[in-house]
Design a protein around this ligand. Sequence first.
Ligand code: UDP
Ligand code: MN
Length: 255
Amino acid sequence: LAQAFVTLATNDSYARGAMVLGKSLRNHKTSKKLVVLIGPHVSDQARAVLHKIFDEVRLVDVLDSGDTAHLAMMKRPDLGVTFTKLHCWTLTHYSKCVFMDADTLVVSNIDELFEREELSAAPDPGWPDCFNSGVFVFRPSNETYGKLLQYCTEHGSFDGGDQGILNDFFSDWATADINKHLPFIYNMSSIAIYTYLPAFKQYGANAKVVHFLGQMKPWSYTYNPTQRRVRGSSQPGLLLQWWALYSAEVLPMLI
Ligand code: UDP
Ligand code: MN
């Protein structure tokens, strides 16, 4: 069975992120398959572009699915996007996958992540005994998928999203096996710039994956292509990398 990078976009904004992520993986010559899970609200135009970048574009309509995900959704409508993300465990035609949020950007080849086991992830910068669910290694399995959905409906999510559920479910991550702790450079959030600037200056250049976690996503900013500047950001360096790729390689596909 093949191995794949998997991302998720439920709307056209996150789809733009997914396009940039997919392009960044291709530009760094991944040998793995690329899969994007999409929700029913992604436009036909965005789907057409996603088809050009990804090997597989899979529509995940939790409300329409008629399976256990539908039932789970009925009980916990607040966890809509989360249920969609958990769908990645149903990709059983792959032996191993790496999930990446649509607001991540690859700046170096990361195929070595497939040497890791489920569930490998990097620490969350806000609470390092939790892993951040923006980048994680997993093994598709219908059994695990069923257990995750059941866990969701019974316990909910302590943070309202997938990260809370996944940390509860894979609860020994912090202590059981250091090999499942990915180095922070595989999920470096720009928050590190503000919380630990000397470390960012020392190690930031080694980052392999940048994660634009938080309210403001790269696509929320305005970019001036002639000046090559992002408006309204005090730390534009990482954002500029995202925008450079978006404007040079994704935007021409969208128009
Ligand atoms: N996502 C999505 N639609 C949404 C919200 C989230 O498709 O409306 C997906 C997308 O892949 C995104 C991930 O879920 O990257 C996690 O959400 P987000 O990155 O916004 O959370 P953060 O990393 O900021 O905590
Ligand atoms: Mn994210």
